[in-house]
Ligand binder design. Structure first.
Ligand SMILES: [Zn+2]
Length: 277
């Protein structure tokens, strides 16, 4: 499931490949491709020029020379792919965009096997689209306020893993990077935020930032094979995972087998020796 590093990798690919192109045709090919809250149908984008891209947490958007943007959430398995002749056509295409620049044509598709991803045409308020208004800044956002975020974590008496997944406190972290962050910080996933010191929470934020920034450098994590970049390539960060998905494998720090516990509908991976309750 794409988290901040994967969404950022896709955003950078789009920024590089489609900025400056004009959308000559936009079609949705699946009833759930466009969010019901979209202020207009997808073909409204016909004629718009792409001016850039932006992101907050796991939400990204394409900016246009229009008073609205195209927001995209990759959900579980959403992919943006540039159609290339030598590559087989994607099999779960939900939307299709024909793009044009003088002497150049591109076809961009939104592919989504599990259909939890979506697109939406939205207005910006304070530079953030409607559907991401409730999402807190991620640690890479210039508006991110670390001191206020630490206080916000401390105010809630919840498990630190639950807190890290809460996109309204700090955005971007999902199950993979939460497990990696807590492993690095040597904190048990079920410790309550109220049991942690402000300094320890600040350290956890620093580790989350570091692990996501390393993952961006490696093009993200393609653990379940559903995440690929706009050129159809996988990321390499799964080779650096210390805890997530490593059940029974030795902890890279102490050699103790990594343990998996269920955590609501998901699971948490941690080292029972390095991350004592
Ligand atoms: Zn260990």
């Amino acid at each position: 499931m794409p988290e901040l590093p994967e969404v950022e990798t896709v955003r950078r690919g789009l920024q590089h490949l489609i900025t400056g192109f004009r959308i000559t045709a936009a079609h949705d090919l699946h009833p759930r491709a466009l969010k019901p809250e979209s202020i207009a149908p997808l073909h409204t984008l016909n004629g718009a020029k792409i001016t850039g891209t932006n992101r907050r947490g796991k939400f990204m958007w394409i900016t246009l020379n229009r008073p609205y943007v195209l927001v995209a959430h990759l959900g579980m398995s959403g992919q943006f792919l540039i159609h290339q002749k030598d590559r087989p056509q994607a099999t779960h295409i939900r939307a299709q965009f024909q793009l044009k620049k003088p002497l150049r044509n591109l076809e961009l598709v939104f592919n989504d096997q599990r259909t939890f991803g979506w697109l939406s045409i939205e207005e910006l308020t304070n530079n953030v689209p409607t559907s991401a208004q409730h999402i807190a800044p991620d640690p890479f956002d210039p508006l991110f306020d670390k001191g206020a975020t630490v206080k916000n974590y401390l105010r809630r008496n919840i498990k630190i893993k639950t807190a890290l997944l809460n996109q309204e406190i700090m955005s971007g972290v999902g199950n993979i990077y939460a497990d990696e962050t807590l492993w690095r910080a040597k904190v048990h996933p079920e410790v309550l935020t109220s049991e942690l010191s402000p300094k320890k929470i600040a350290t956890i934020i620093d580790y989350a930032t570091a692990v996501m920034s390393e993952a961006i450098k490696q093009g993200g994590t393609s653990f379940d094979d559903l995440y690929i970049n706009v050129n159809g390539e996988s990321g390499f960060f799964e080779q650096s995972l210390a805890a997530y998905g490593q059940e029974a494998e030795p902890c890279p720090r102490c050699g103790t087998p990594i343990k998996r516990i269920t955590f609501g509908a998901r699971s948490s991976h941690f080292c029972p020796r390095c991350q004592k309750r």
